[in-house]
Structures are given as C-alpha cells and as structure tokens.
Write a protein that binds this ligand. Structure first.
Ligand SMILES: *[C@@H]1O[C@H](CO)[C@@H](O)[C@H](O)[C@H]1NC(C)=O
Ligand SMILES: *[C@@H]1O[C@H](CO)[C@@H](O)[C@H](O)[C@H]1NC(C)=O
Ligand SMILES: *[C@@H]1O[C@H](CO)[C@@H](O)[C@H](O)[C@H]1NC(C)=O
Ligand SMILES: *[C@@H]1O[C@H](CO)[C@@H](O)[C@H](O)[C@H]1NC(C)=O
Ligand SMILES: *[C@@H]1O[C@H](CO)[C@@H](O)[C@H](O)[C@H]1NC(C)=O
Ligand SMILES: *[C@@H]1O[C@H](CO)[C@@H](O)[C@H](O)[C@H]1NC(C)=O
Length: 439
C-alpha cells in the first residue's frame, strides 16, 4: 500500500523527467553533474515503444498499444523465476556488495561516486532498476508493489552476482546477443566505460546512453559480466527500493556479503528542492503556499506522508539491527555528507570493510572544494554547510509546517528540528539539524 503510492508518485514525476532529475541532485553534486554526467536527452527516442506512449498519455490511459506491451512484458517475464534460480555462484569469498538506498534529491548520485571512483576494484552500477520500474509501470500505471518488490530484489541479487540476464529482460529494446545501446546511464559507471568493456566504437549505431569520456561500441553485457566478476567489490545505487525489509533475502544469501547504506535528507529540504526542480509538478503546493489551507487529505500530501513513512520504516528496521542485518546497515544523512564529505566517506568505507582509496579521497577533494573552472561557485565544506540550509529561505513557512505535520516522526528519527515559527525557520543562528550519530 505504501509502495503503491510511491510508485505512482515516481511514475508521475519520474517517467518524464527522471533522467533530468538525476542531473540536478544537489548543489554539491551539481558540480559533479557538470563534469561527469552531461545532460541526457530528455525525450525518449522516437518510436512507438509503449512506455513512450505511457509517458505521453499518463498512467491511467489504457490503449491497445500499452496492452500489447504489457503482454510482451509478461511474456518476457515468463522465465523470471526460472532465471533467478539458475544462478549458482560460489560463496561471497571476501567480495563486498554495497547497496546505496536513497530517494530522489538526497544526493545519491554524489554519494554513488564515492564508490564509482574507488578504482579498479569496484564494479558500480547507477540505477539499473530504472529499467525494471519502467517495464513494470506499464502494468497498472505503476501501482503494483506485489510485482515490483520481488522484481527489484531479484534483479539486484543477480546483478550482485554479475548476472545481467534478468535485467536484460527489462531493457527496451531487448538486447540482441547480450548487446545493448540502451542501458540507462551507462556513462555513470566507470566499469562500463573502461577496457575491456569499452569495445571499439561502431559508426551509425544510435546509442541512447553512451560513454562520454571515450567512444565505445554498444554495451556487450557478456563483457560487463566478466568485468564484474573480476572486480573485487560491487556497488549499486538505487532510488527505487521502498522497503528495506523486501531485501532481506539478499542479506541472507550466502553468496553475497551485502552492506546497505540508506541515505536520507530533511523532507522539508526535499520538498523545497523538488518545487524548484519540477516546478510544473508542484503547482498545487505553490498555490497552497499563496492562498488558503493545505488540504491534508489531498493526494499530494498523502504521497508526501507515504514517502516519509516508507523512509522511516526502512530506517527503523535498519536501526533496530535485527539478526539478519547485523553489521549490514548504515544510515547516512545528506546534511552530514554535505558538511563533512571526507569524514562521512571514510566512515562509509570503514563500514563496508573496503579500504578508503586515495583515488576516492582525491575525487572528494576535487569535487567539494571551490575550483576555478566551476565558475567561482563555492562548495567548500564550510560553504556546503550554508548550502545545506538554503532551503530554509526558499520554502514558505506554511509548507514547512505541512511537512512537519505529516513527516514529523520521520524528522524526529533523523534529528531534523521543527521550525516552530516563521522567524525560527529563517534564523540562521538556529540550526535545524541535531548532531546525531547513527552508527
Ligand atoms: C516521430 O516520428 C514520426 C514519424 O515516424 C514523426 O511524424 C514525429 O514528428 C516524430 N516525433 C518526434 C517527437 O520526433
Ligand atoms: C518503429 O518501430 C517499428 C517496429 O516496432 C518499426 O517497424 C518502425 O520502422 C520504427 N519506426 C521508426 C521511425 O524507427
Ligand atoms: C522461456 O524459456 C523457454 C525455454 O527455456 C524459451 O523457449 C522461451 O523462449 C523463453 N521465453 C522467453 C520470453 O524468453
Ligand atoms: C500485482 O501483481 C501480482 C503479481 O504479478 C498479481 O498477481 C496481481 O494480480 C497484481 N495486482 C494487481 C492489482 O494488478
Ligand atoms: C560480447 O563479448 C563476448 C565475450 O568477449 C563475445 O564472445 C561476444 O561475441 C561479444 N558479443 C558480440 C555481439 O560482439
Ligand atoms: C565561502 O562562502 C563565503 C560567502 O558566504 C565566502 O566569503 C568565502 O570566501 C567562501 N569560502 C571559500 C573557501 O570559498
């Protein structure tokens, strides 16, 4: 039920702009975005994939096209269980599997880079579940958690085992001979753009997602799988998993040694950020801010609440440290990363049991310090602190109050202090972040 709402939210917001969204995560990662991940095309390639149709028509439209696409998807998934049982890898053997769990606009792309930049030891994937969500939203306009939960879990499991076959069944168009030009944000994964996965460039093949640091041929997933097997560790970032609990089988899988890192952020800041980034989607909020009351039973408000509850419940499971999660869960706040990126990165590495490499340190230094090319825009740690509280001056007090009402328990859990008055909201001398240690 909670998942239900979230997926539809993701559907409404995400299908059209998810890629854009990933490009505007935070001030900290704006710099990263400029350097590493130039804008991806916002329009899907022009042909009649029914997902595209869905994008245009919205989730509730049901047309012949989407019906046929749904059948097509189901056919592909016929072998779903079969495939996921086939894989028989040896035990983890010292390899670590890191899952970075977040929601949008929490700086997850930036934190993902902590692992992507690790060096030749790491096989990192950026939002592979994008494909799964995209395929499964066809079914009911994005409301079936029963289907997506297990699908996310099984795809993640396979990917951690370096097996792309299940993911392949979700990629549109279906890869041929395990080769695809359409793996979402391939360029955000170093391992997919380096030798030997980077094959010679092929002219005249349209590649929706292609490496940017160098020219490569379409992605050969067999090569990707081999590269994955050769790397010591694997990390995946996702904003799509709603409930940590659904991933329990991964924690208990003897072939894996999983570490979950959940990244959270002050929901007031998330709302403020979304209102800027997805302006047109937040017209209601803007209207509420300007006139009259916020209807608490409004869909949008319910979504916000559902989102907060999801995040909180996952964190509650994690922080309780049940036996299956012993030593496998870490909670990290966006605000702490923005203020103390190096320290937090070191803590994350310590938690994962992987050495904190000089390459990562260097990358963090480079990407959190003012650099001349970055148009003089500051982003040192001190200035990141300022950045972290900037939302306080953009969010209307009335909306901050709404968030505090519906996300109260979530905020309390993470140490986000309520602004009792308009003055308190914008009083810089009062911090709204309690110092907390969740380790
Ligand atoms: C898509 O292709 C059709 C022809 O196949 C063309 O009429 C239409 O304008 C194209 N749409 C876009 C957005 O490029
Ligand atoms: C669109 O895809 C169909 C097959 O699904 C193909 O027959 C058609 O030529 C394609 N059109 C374009 C413009 O690529
Ligand atoms: C499912 O597996 C069977 C046999 O292994 C195969 O013939 C069939 O084509 C597969 N279906 C799909 C949709 O891949
Ligand atoms: C959701 O998916 C499950 C599993 O695929 C299916 O059995 C169920 O009927 C679906 N529910 C709805 C409401 O579509
Ligand atoms: C992909 O790579 C594998 C492993 O090197 C190779 O055997 C296969 O032929 C490649 N596929 C294509 C279509 O080039
Ligand atoms: C941080 O920002 C302040 C302005 O708020 C500026 O005066 C200061 O020079 C910046 N620090 C660095 C190291 O860029």
């Amino acid at each position: 039920m909670r998942i239900k709402y979230t997926i539809s939210l993701v559907f409404i917001v995400a299908l059209v702009i998810i890629e854009k969204e990933n490009n505007i995560i935070s001030k900290v990662s704006d710099k990263l975005t400029l350097k590493q991940t130039p804008q991806t095309p916002l329009q899907p390639k022009n042909n009649s994939s029914s997902t595209q149709l869905q994008r245009q028509n919205g989730p509730s439209s049901s047309s012949e096209k989407s019906d046929s696409a749904f059948r097509h998807m189901k056919r592909r998934l016929e072998n779903f269980t079969e495939i996921s049982k086939e894989n028989k890898s040896p035990l983890a053997g010292g390899k670590k599997h890191i899952l970075l769990l977040a929601t949008t606009r929490t700086g997850s792309s930036f934190v993902g880079e902590f692992f992507n930049q690790q060096g030749s030891n790491m096989f990192y994937l950026f939002e592979p579940l994008w494909h799964v969500e995209r395929m499964l939203t066809l079914e009911t306009g994005g409301t079936n958690a029963t289907a997506s939960g297990p699908a996310y879990r099984d795809v993640l499991r396979q990917l951690f085992l370096c097996d792309f076959s299940l993911l392949e069944s979700f990629i549109e168009p279906l890869p041929r001979d395990h080769v695809t030009a359409a793996l979402f944000r391939r360029e955000s994964s170093q391992a997919l753009c380096e030798e030997p996965v980077c094959t010679p460039f092929v002219k005249k093949v349209f590649e929706r997602y292609h490496c940017r640091t160098r020219r490569c041929g379409p992605l050969n997933l067999t090569l990707a799988s081999q590269s994955c097997q050769q790397k010591e560790h694997r990390a995946i970032k996702t904003v799509r998993v709603r409930q940590l609990e659904t991933l329990r089988p991964l924690a208990e899988d003897p072939r894996l040694d999983v570490r979950f890192i959940q990244l959270v952020r002050d929901p007031r800041a998330v709302l403020a950020s979304r209102m800027v980034a997805f302006s047109s989607k937040y017209q209601n909020w803007k209207r509420w801010a300007n006139d009259g009351d916020v209807p608490e039973d409004d869909d949008e408000v319910r979504k916000l609440k559902g989102n907060c509850d999801n995040i909180r419940m996952s964190a509650e499971v994690g922080l309780k440290q049940p036996a299956w999660l012993q030593g496998r869960y870490m909670l990290v706040r966006y605000e702490d990363i923005a203020r103390y990126p190096m320290r937090k990165a070191a803590e994350m590495y310590q938690f994962t049991g992987i050495p904190f490499s000089p390459k990562v340190k260097e990358w963090i230094l480079k990407n959190t310090q003012a650099s001349k090319e970055a148009s003089g825009v500051y982003s040192t740690q001190k200035n990141s602190s300022e950045q972290v509280e900037k939302w306080r001056f953009t969010i209307p007090f009335k909306l901050a109050q709404v968030v505090q009402r519906v996300c109260g328990p979530t905020m309390s859990l993470f140490g986000y202090r309520f602004a009792e008055t308009r003055e308190m909201l914008t009083d810089k001398s009062i911090s709204l972040i309690e110092e907390r240690s969740f380790l």
